[in-house]
Design a protein around this ligand. Sequence first.
Ligand SMILES: NC(=O)CCC(=O)C(=O)O
Length: 294
Amino acid sequence: MFKPSPSSLMRNFKLSLIQLGGTTPDKTKNLDRARKLILEASTKSDLVVLPECFNSPYGVKYFEKYAENIPTPGKPTGELSESIKMLSDVAKQAKVHIIGGSIPEREEGTGRIFNTLTVYDNEGNLIGKHRKLHLFDIDIPGKISFKESETLTAGSDITIVDSPFGKIGLGICYDVRFPEMAMIAARKGCIAMIYPGAFNTTTGPLHWELLQRARAVDNQFYVAMCSPARDETAEYHAWGHSTVVNPSGQVIATTDEQESIVYADIDVEQLQQIRSGIPLSSQRRYDVYADVSK
Ligand SMILES: NC(=O)CCC(=O)C(=O)O
């Protein structure tokens, strides 16, 4: 059974979502483009987010090829791999916090591949890592069939980072469909749930915004999803529409399918007002919810 836990320190901040375009099979080019846009976004924001699988095209056949080792946050490490080094260096250079989208991670020792998100503070330290918990395995006949589990292993942890702005819950794309993750993050004092993602042109128009608004209004916190831009020449057509939703469930920033940067003000006083006006957290009936986890 979950009990609300007290929030850590929180403060207002500016969030930006980089809807990265022009992803190619050339990893170094993808990293250079991401780096350039992080530098641009950092002039107007405190926390910058990248999309899912930002160092490669998105597809089951690419995970193995683009995979890198990722250290455990807070543990001493040797030389960093290419994508992790770029993110750490640019966070330090631009003095900005980064939620570094995701990349395929190769686990040392087992060789298993995960779809993994990394988080950096503004000195370039790796402060968080989330392995996608729910793999994207769907089959909608005549529309889209995708099976991440052909090459990926699912993570097994809920991830919350304690940032200077407040606690932030993390998920990757398909994770947004599972309300339990966001609910746990909210009960543990998070002010936001952030999901790098890459919905597609079948499920995007149906559910992308709806799911974010649902997670936000249920939990009375901010929700953001950051997509790649759409590339009609790629095999996978990303939906785009990177979006930020406020704790009332309203869209406060969004875009279309082109490359762009979405900016939003995250206002923790507004979050507290919404929570005190409709005080869901003190009205929950934990005494009757035990069946939910069965
Ligand atoms: N990359 C993903 O997890 C895609 C999820 C998606 O498109 C969905 O509909 O869910």
